[in-house]
Design a protein around this ligand. Structure first.
Ligand code: NAP
Length: 487
């Protein structure tokens, strides 16, 4: 069989999933490019104290690599990173991965892609698959004087483990999933934590208990238990996602639960400061078993006045108060709309990705772009990634990509791209559905694009999975059949 040459860019969750899917389907001529020195993507980059995934481990895993060894309901960052690296190595991806090699450009030429890497090499591939993720480029806030701070300033995704926290006053800017986890972990470990809150968050309570040795033994002996637990979680998340995309009982129930959780904050003034003025889940819901306990500690201060500037000795808020600090942590999120940018990507006829996305990232069914033949994305724009495991999304999308590669191998086409008309129709349907989602109910979040509409799949994840796992309808694509002339 004719083997297509394939480049995968990024060895995080989706790149690993894609690599394994290719191998399992018998595609052997692929290179997995990874700019860093290890697998894991966001799980490699994020090593801040308190990092725990808020999707249960038994669901946040690949169905082809169920792990009976999870140590707790919600795994820590290092445990997930170890799992991902183990899956990659266990499936022999090491021999296809080029670590320390950043893809710095991709150009479509003569029915294939010229991929340029940081080593200076230019390689030709039949297909390029971007698995670059979206929580990738740290967002460094534009705060006056930030560079003048005398102590260490760390973004949460670039934690410097050389920095000694002992006896230090730590400021944390940001109240998302990261900021709340950080404050929960630092509270009691350092003499003072100051949390700078621009917008309060609703917090969904949970419990995180370690699994007993007996449980692990059972899961080891009876693999069906892992599959069962996966399905149970899937059902739970399917119900939860109804609340995201429909006004109704689930949304009301979650609102009731988070409001009740907030009542555990005893001081009325602190409770007032922590009360959001938007619906639960409008921003990405924070899940925590300890944030409210942490924020009520006497050594944790919640500051709600806006940040005016940073001075060498601390942060000055709009009320003129100087909050003296030794270390400043930026839990300020990511440029989640960049995807593979700023890398220059040029498609057919010289069309650039920046031109294609001038009005924001758009794709066809989350994985392809018109005028960019033989280019695929994993977890691309409008994929269902809100409070949903990316392992599941990546697996479903990989199966679609493998389907196209098999059709290429069967000689059906040399290049494939969705038509512009199909892409426009698809995006118009999603935009029409967006107002029904909770993300448009009146808050700012990283889910929203420039036009104020969410760059998320506006229906249930299972509907997306059904869509992406079906055989694509050829009328939506431009298939160029010149394969025989080249091969
Ligand atoms: P985020 O949700 O984007 O939160 C960023 C925080 O920084 C927000 O509170 C934001 O305030 C604040 N901020 C940004 N710029 C600021 C400025 N100039 N001044 C003051 N505050 C500023 O980022 P994140 O917490 O890193 O989370 C990103 C995503 O990563 C999550 O939504 C989630 O998908 C994922 N994540 C998941 C887990 C997990 O447990 N699975 C853990 C961590 C992260 P505003 O709200 O006012 O904008």
């Amino acid at each position: 069989m004719n083997q297509p040459r394939i480049a995968i860019v990024g060895a995080g969750i989706s790149g690993i999933g894609m690599g394994v899917a290719l191998q399992r389907a018998g595609f052997t001529d692929f290179t997995l490019y990874e700019k860093a020195a290890d697998y894991g993507g966001t799980w490699r980059d994020n090593t801040y104290p308190g990092l725990v995934c808020d999707v249960p481990s038994r669901y946040y895993q690949f169905t082809f690599a169920m792990n009976p060894e999870w140590t707790q309901l919600y795994s820590t960052g290092p445990e997930i990173q170890g799992y991902l690296a183990g899956v990659a190595r266990g499936h022999g991806l090491d021999r296809r991965t080029e670590f320390g090699t950043e893809v710095i450009g991709a150009d479509f030429r003569d029915e294939g892609w010229l991929v340029t890497t940081s080593t200076g090499a230019v390689e030709r591939f039949d297909f390029v698959i971007f698995a670059t993720g979206f929580l990738h480029h740290p967002n460094r806030p534009d705060i006056a004087g930030l560079d003048d701070f005398a102590g260490p300033v760390m973004h949460s995704a670039r934690w410097d483990h050389e920095v000694d926290l002992t006896g230090k006053r730590v400021g944390v800017i940001g109240t998302g999933s990261t900021g709340t986890q950080l404050v929960s972990a630092l509270a009691g470990q350092v003499p003072k934590v100051v949390m700078f809150q621009r917008t309060p968050q609703w917090i969904l309570p949970t419990v995180n208990k370690p699994y007993r040795a007996l449980t692990k033994r059972l899961y080891r002996r009876v693999p069906a238990l892992s599959r069962l637990a996966y399905q149970v979680n899937r059902g739970f998340f399917a119900a939860f996602s109804q609340g995201l995309v429909h006004q109704g009982r689930i949304r009301s129930l979650i609102q009731w639960v988070v409001a009740r959780n907030l009542r555990s904050v005893e001081d009325p003034e602190l409770r007032r400061k922590l009360t959001p003025d938007y619906q639960a889940m409008c921003k990405r819901l924070v899940v925590s078993d300890r944030f409210y306990t942490a924020v009520q500690r006497p050594d944790v201060e919640l500051v709600t006045d806006g940040i005016d500037k940073v001075r060498p000795d601390g942060v000055v808020t709009a009320d003129g108060v100087l909050h003296e600090l030794d270390i400043l942590v930026l839990a300020t999120g990511f440029d989640s709309h960049a995807y593979m940018r700023p890398m220059p990507v040029t498609g057919a006829g010289g069309r650039t990705l920046n031109q294609e996305w001038a009005n924001g990232p758009r794709a066809f069914e989350g994985v392809m772009l018109p005028d960019f033949p033989n280019l695929f994305m994993l977890v691309g724009p409008h994929s269902p990634f809100a409070n949903h495991p990316l392992t599941a999304v990546a697996e479903a999308q990989s199966s679609r990509i493998v389907g196209w590669l098999e059709r290429w191998q069967a000689g059906e086409f040399a290049t494939v791209a969705p038509t512009r008309a199909a892409t426009d129709r698809y995006n118009a349907r999603m935009r029409a559905a967006a107002p029904g989602t909770v993300w448009t109910t009146g808050c700012q979040s990283w889910y929203l694009g420039k036009d104020g509409l969410p760059e998320l799949w506006p229906w249930s994840p299972s509907r997306y999975e059904k869509l992406i796992r079906r055989t694509p309808d050829s009328v939506d694509y431009q298939l160029d059949p010149r394969v025989m002339s080249r091969k």
